[in-house]
Design a protein. Sequence first.
Length: 130
Amino acid sequence: MRRKPRRAGPPTPEERKARIDRLRKARALERFREEQLANAAKALAHPARVSILQALVGERITCGEIVEVVPLAQSTISQHLKVLKEAGLVTGMTLGPSTRYGLSERGIRELRVTLEHFLPGWERGARLGY
């Protein structure tokens, strides 16, 4: 499909409005990504939460089992799991009286995409030693 050739001169009011609408939608998406990244950064800002995420790699385990790996009180682990769940990085599945926690594949994938969006070329910089 061929585009109409652009006419010379200033944009029409309709063209200007359409351009502004596209820019607003793009900025709204950008703000959403910024909020996602900020929430994930907050969730990853505590060493205990990073340890919990590491314990959950490839596993679905209970809070009590996490306590055996990360030496903190069960109530503390529960609070950290709550933060990780709110950030979308962890999911919980209730089975009977207990809940099994695991990494959220979708949340981790979205975090990766968001990081790649905000840090384009970071791999190249890492290879160069920056």
